[in-house]
Design a protein around this ligand. Structure first.
Ligand SMILES: [Zn+2]
Ligand SMILES: [Zn+2]
Length: 105
């Protein structure tokens, strides 16, 4: 079970992320925030809130929601990622996330 196969949807409009890079960090990085559970892979900033893509994007309402509310299954990613000072390589973070979801399946 890949993190990309999880049921993830906007809590407001139920738009489902399509795997494209819609999210831009303060550092200028553009990525798919659900690949890294809301953590920017360049500067390690943890985004507690995630905006649904709005006008100009293929779907989405533009509403900002808590990142964890996007997941339709309960995840304990706060426990998984410990704290904002976690300097792990984002690729490791995604691997750990995938392992976590596999365990919870
Ligand atoms: Zn960043
Ligand atoms: Zn939405």
């Amino acid at each position: 079970m890949s993190i990309n196969n999880l049921k993830i949807q906007c809590p407001s409009c139920e738009w489902k992320p399509d795997g494209r890079n819609y999210w831009r960090c303060n550092c200028g990085n553009v990525w798919n925030t659900f690949d890294t559970v809301g953590i920017c892979p360049v500067c390690d900033k943890k985004w507690e809130k995630t905006q649904c893509p709005g006008a100009g994007y293929p779907g989405g309402c533009g509403v900002i929601s808590n990142h964890d509310e996007w997941y339709t299954i309960p995840i304990n990613y706060k426990k998984l990622f410990i704290n904002k000072n976690n300097k792990e390589n984002p690729k490791n973070i995604q691997t750990k996330a995938n392992e976590y979801y596999t365990e919870k399946k």
